[in-house]
Write a protein that binds this ligand. Structure first.
Ligand code: NAD
Ligand code: UDP
Ligand code: UDP
Length: 312
């Protein structure tokens, strides 16, 4: 049994991770300021003897004793990370410094939830880890992208300078139950709109692409990275390498909700919106023996079921 700290544990990904770790018998400490997270996501865990929740902002120091840290705290949806960009940057940078300082003091292993956004609007396709990316340093997405890039730098430097056992995963667009219905990300938006018979909002011409990973595949990759005992610290891409345009995603969602009366409408494309994104996952296959197993259609079915029950 390990003592595991999950920052951002009340959010979409963190709540699934907390549940899995609690079920495995680990002693789980979930730390979250509830900016985009919700206690409902972890409600079922409150009765478990091996689960604790602390409302805390990771931009402030945290003194606890743990063996492993999953650093997930950071709003992930453009709508929310652009709401208070300075706080977003502080969360990535000060949050990383505090969690790395904690890892250094107690000798814990620490994993950073980085992102495909470090590749920006890429000129290399698909994106391997060796690609340094094409990120606008002063745009409206920069607070997130550059914050995550700076956090990667801090992880690399704490490793080189202080010999901390760090791991970095670069997560590509992930979806599933526990996403907030008003989260603003494309999968939740399209499903919620289709279920409510509202217009499906496609930004731009809908030809931009993303590669969508179901939450269970991400969890398997994330835990495999934390648990790997080789001298491998990443960064490693964790994502599904099947690419869809937003137009195709909308059609797929509507085909799974045939009763929906929703129509497609086209809205302005947000500034700096990346045109295409798809992970090269050969490194994860080679080093972690990991690859995604859940196709979009199957993952969407499970997510639609979740949002149907959420509406009731
Ligand atoms: P989410 O918004 O649902 O979860 C983030 C959690 O962090 C929330 O519970 C929020 O309240 C908490 N948080 C934010 N700022 C905090 C702070 N200063 N102190 C403490 N807690 C704070 O998003 P998610 O999709 O679950 O993302 C989790 C992590 O994975 C994030 O770091 C995100 O950047 C990364 N990620 C997610 C995706 C994706 O597609 N979902 C892709 C790439 C990377
Ligand atoms: N820190 C923390 N918890 C700990 C240890 C450190 O939150 O258990 C924070 C502390 O606030 C510090 C930061 O982590 O500012 C970085 O710690 P480090 O030891 O690297 O730097 P220093 O304390 O020398 O500034
Ligand atoms: N998008 C869209 N309609 C929506 C929400 C998003 O067409 O209602 C587009 C968005 O412009 C982007 C893609 O879907 O091109 C993925 O957006 P999301 O915010 O989910 O993720 P990210 O842009 O961070 O990859």
């Amino acid at each position: 049994m390990k003592r595991v700290l999950v920052t951002g544990g009340a959010g979409f990904i963190g709540s699934h991770l907390c549940k899995q770790l609690v079920e495995q018998g680990h002693d789980v400490l979930c730390v979250d300021n509830l900016f985009t997270g919700n206690k409902k996501n972890i409600q079922a865990l409150f009765d478990c003897y091996n689960f604790e929740f602390v409302r805390h902002d990771v931009t402030f120091p945290l003194y606890v004793e743990v063996d492993e840290i999953y650093n997930l705290a950071c709003p992930a949806s453009p709508v929310y990370y652009q709401h208070d960009p300075v706080q977003t940057l502080k969360t990535s940078v000060h949050g990383a410094i505090n969690m790395l300082g904690l890892a250094k003091r107690v000798g814990a292993k620490i994993l950073q939830a980085s992102t495909s956004e470090v590749y920006g609007d890429p000129h290399v396709h698909p994106q391997p880890e060796s690609y340094w990316g094409r990120v606008n340093p002063i745009g409206i997405r920069s607070c997130y992208d550059e914050g995550k890039r700076a956090a990667e730098t801090l992880f690399a430097d704490y490793r080189r300078q202080h010999n901390i056992d760090t791991r970095i995963i670069r997560i590509f667009n992930t979806y599933g139950p526990n996403m907030h219905p008003n989260d603003g990300r494309v999968v939740s938006n399209f499903i919620v709109q289709a279920l409510a018979n509202e217009d499906i909002t496609i930004y731009g011409d809908g030809k931009q692409t993303r590669s969508f990973q179901y939450i269970d595949d991400l969890l398997a990759g994330m835990v495999a990275m934390m648990d790997n005992e080789d001298d491998f610290h990443g960064p490693v891409n964790i994502g599904n390498n099947t690419e869809f345009s937003m137009r195709e995603l909308a059609d797929e969602v509507l085909s799974l909700i045939p009763e929906s009366k929703s129509k497609l409408v086209f809205k302005a494309l947000p500034f700096d919106d990346p045109k295409q994104r798809k992970p090269d996952i050969s490194l994860a296959k080679e080093k972690l023996d990991w690859e995604p197993t859940i196709p979009l259609r199957k993952g969407l079915e499970k997510t639609i079921e979740y949002f149907k029950s959420f509406n009731n």
